[in-house]
Design a protein around this ligand. Structure first.
Ligand SMILES: [Zn+2]
Length: 299
């Protein structure tokens, strides 16, 4: 049995996954605010609770924003700031008395969709989360590609490629740079673009809905978004050439992306044709926690 934990900034979700990918049980609790020690204890309690309920010991995978630095073993790049600089892997392994695997939440998303989701059977998968932020993970032949810096897939903080004059220098990003892909492709990025063009503040899903209703300013905003996504993903295709790109996060609910973005990315990909598939997720919200469990490959 595998236990997957999605350790987020507001909630901690845990599942037990059977060897054939079925969820045996599921638990969800609020993340203790601003307290690292309590966060570790909450994860331990979730594991103990599940193991008590199922009378089985599991192999434990954790998905969390940020990454474990290969050099120091400490968490970095996390928007759950109480985890930054903490030896989470060591502390959880010690508290649970066994090895624990930790990976970035976008990596877990990509892994879940690559193992038994929208990209099942594909050799190289790029899984993108376009939600409050923009992150991505790379899975090659069923395994997460991490890299010596643990940043493989961190494409949201590259600059938007082939920028138009009006896109420069681009919005300020929390990472300290300007014009990052995340500032354009995240949900807040779409909302900012709409605000800039119309003076109206609307939630991303509302803007997508308006465009469906043929509102010209929302339609123009979505077209800009699709062209930016096509450019961003063409960059990825030119470097990694994945078989499948899976979208997750709130923006992945905009079904028009799967038709319109592949129509545009051929302009930017260095190839006479593009056979990469752009697909919606199958496991949706559960992908993070499922991918955490799949950090342990089938034995
Ligand atoms: Zn950035």
């Amino acid at each position: 049995m595998r236990i997957g934990i999605d350790l987020g900034g507001t909630k901690i979700e845990a599942i037990a996954l059977t060897d054939d990918g079925k969820i045996a049980t599921r638990r969800r609790v609020a993340t203790p605010t601003g307290n690292y020690g309590k966060t570790v204890r909450t994860v331990v309690d979730l594991v103990m609770g599940i193991e008590g309920e199922l009378r089985m010991r599991g192999r434990i995978g954790i998905g969390t924003p940020g990454a474990v630095s290969p050099a120091t073993g400490l968490i970095k790049n996390s928007n759950s700031t109480i985890l930054i600089g903490r030896p989470l892997e060591k502390d959880l392994s010690a508290a649970l008395g066994r090895e624990v695997r930790i990976s970035n939440d976008a990596n877990c998303f990509a892994l879940s969709e690559a193992v038994d989701g929208a990209a099942a059977g594909a050799e190289v998968v790029f899984g993108v989360i376009v939600g409050t932020g923009t992150g991505a993970g790379v899975v090659v032949r069923g395994e997460v590609l991490t890299g010596p810096n643990a940043v493989a897939g961190e494409w949201g903080h590259n600059p938007l490629p082939w920028p138009r004059p009006e896109e420069l220098p681009g919005p300020k990003c929390y990472c300290g740079k300007t014009g990052c892909i995340e500032t354009f492709l995240s949900g807040p990025g779409l909302a900012r673009d709409f605000l800039g063009a119309t003076g109206k503040t609307l939630a991303p899903a509302k803007i997508v809905g308006l465009a469906e209703g043929r509102d010209p300013s929302a339609e123009a905003c979505l077209r800009r978004y699709e062209d930016r996504m096509a450019r961003g993903l063409a960059h990825v295709i030119n470097i990694l050439d994945p078989d499948v790109i899976v979208l997750g996060g709130g923006m992945s609910n905009a079904t028009r992306l799967y038709i319109n973005v592949p129509k545009l990315w051929g302009i930017y990909v260095f190839s006479d044709r593009v056979d990469t598939r752009l697909v919606p997720p199958i496991h949706g919200e559960s992908s993070g926690v499922r991918g955490a469990a799949w950090l342990w490959p089938p034995s």
